[in-house]
Design a protein around this ligand. Structure first.
Ligand code: GUN
Ligand code: FE
Length: 445
């Protein structure tokens, strides 16, 4: 397949490479083979050849080719709750709304209906790779993996481990630390079997929910599994005062230190939120190669602080974006890019003003829409060790075709059009989505 049209791809955290007309050539295994510029000698010959073989897709006017987004934090079973009870504190929201909803996935038919809808919705919003929390129950988690296969989405999927009887309801928890670990291992094997017939590979992820939900025994066993299978790990880390308070009270340590002690902070770990990480925690993340899933919408409700994104970028701590459905109400990474920019401005606002009182703002500079786009593409790809997120030779052909949602009334630079897309695009504007060169089944089509 060859796609002809204007392209936009992150070059650095601060720069987007926008080209008016390129040919993106995709090979049979779903990788970008070559990106050809209009000024290259063989542009016309390659185009003609693709056209004659019926392999050319030419974008319509006002359409742009962008890398697909990577969502580093989704709670799949919480999709029916998107937008519900966000005014409650985190622990109450979990106990009253979230755990009861997740318990419903003992019903595999319910899981199938929700997961088909969710995967189609995320793809419709331009998200091609997702790091998912499933629920405690493996039959439902397997349905999520099958939904990813059926829709052509790259899923990283975790069976949630939560065995602490003090912090989880009786009808929704692992029966013991041992069964939490055994069921996680069984899920790893189920994903292996599914992959034998799946063109787009799914990955099992070690998933202790967070320190309060787990016993020291399950954390230890899960750390050992992560090592045995060399698999990614996901959890919540330093999301809220309540979570940090729990770790301090029960372990006399910060939650990042607890996770580290059990071998759960590795260069394949993605920790959600991190709003309250200290400099010492960030040093540990940097040393271990741990990534932060920045969830800017969710953090407004539960984060108790604004994540200083520019500080993490400066210190080269890995970072990408997550929607955190349903702590965040929106399945759109576009919306999360906007919120990331807006929150960073509020964090910084007034800091250099002579009129500002002492506590107004912090010295971390605000981020731009370009920074946000980098997090959503390159940042996510690096966090998951994937060759994706850029329109570049030898990268996976994970792509979205986006129609610019606003009219142009005068000549505009591609940079200006890029910014307008970041600020205005919604799923109605995402016209086609490809994952590993395959057309994805979105809720738009
Ligand atoms: N901490 C533990 N579980 C959750 C969850 O489901 N959502 C959020 N935002 N934080 C959590
Ligand atoms: Fe979460």
């Amino acid at each position: 397949k060859v796609i002809e049209g204007p392209t936009m791809t992150a070059a650095t955290p601060d720069e987007v490479d926008c080209q008016q007309r390129q040919l993106v050539c995709i090979d049979d295994s779903g990788y970008i083979e070559r990106v050809i510029n209009e000024s290259d000698d063989d542009f016309s010959a390659v185009k003609r050849d693709a056209e004659q073989n019926d392999r050319l897709l030419t974008l319509k006017s006002n359409e742009y080719l962008l890398p697909g987004f990577i969502d580093l934090h989704v709670h799949a079973p919480q999709w029916p709750n998107a937008g519900v009870a966000l005014d409650r504190p985190l622990n109450e929201w979990l106990d009253t709304y979230t755990f009861p909803m997740e318990a419903k996935y003992k019903d595999v038919g319910f899981a199938k209906r929700v997961y088909d809808d969710l995967v189609g919705e995320l793809l419709a919003n331009g998200t091609t790779t997702v790091l998912y929390f499933g629920s405690v129950d493996n039959p439902a988690n397997l349905e999520l993996a099958k939904a990813c296969v059926n829709h052509n989405q790259r899923g990283f999927i975790g069976k949630v481990a939560m065995d602490n009887p003090d912090q989880t309801p009786e009808n929704y928890r692992d029966a013991s630390a041992q069964s939490a670990v055994d069921d996680t291992e069984r899920f790893i094997q189920q994903i292996d079997r599914l992959n034998q017939t799946s063109p787009i590979k799914q990955t099992a992820v070690i998933t202790p929910r967070f320190v309060p939900s787990c016993t020291p025994e399950s954390l230890k066993g899960l750390g050992e599994l992560a090592k045995k299978y060399d698999l990614p790990v996901q959890s919540h880390c330093s999301e809220s005062d309540w979570e940090n308070g729990y770790a301090l009270e029960h372990y006399h340590k910060r939650d990042a230190e607890v996770l580290d002690e059990y071998g759960l902070l590795t260069d394949k770990s993605v920790m959600a939120h991190g709003t309250l990480l200290t400099q010492a925690d960030l040093d540990t993340f940097k040393a271990r190669g741990v990534a932060v899933a920045h969830c800017p919408i969710s953090n407004v409700y539960f984060g108790n602080a604004v994540l200083p994104v520019s500080k993490l970028l400066q210190q080269q701590v890995k970072i990408g974006l997550g929607t955190d459905i349903s702590g965040g109400y929106s399945p759109s990474i576009y919306q999360n890019i906007r919120q990331a920019v807006m929150s960073s401005r509020m964090l910084n606002d007034g800091v250099n003003s002579e009129l500002a009182p002492a506590q107004r703002g912090t010295n971390y500079p605000p981020i731009s829409a370009k920074n946000g786009f980098y997090l959503a593409t390159v940042g996510g790809a690096k966090s998951l060790h994937l060759k994706t997120g850029q329109i570049k030779a030898r990268y996976l052909a994970d792509l979205q075709v986006v129609k610019s949602p606003l009219k142009s009334f005068e000549d505009e630079s591609l940079d200006q059009i890029f910014e307008k897309i970041m600020y205005h695009a919604s799923k109605a504007d995402v016209k086609q989505v490809f994952v590993q060169g395959r057309l994805a089944k979105t809720s738009n089509n």
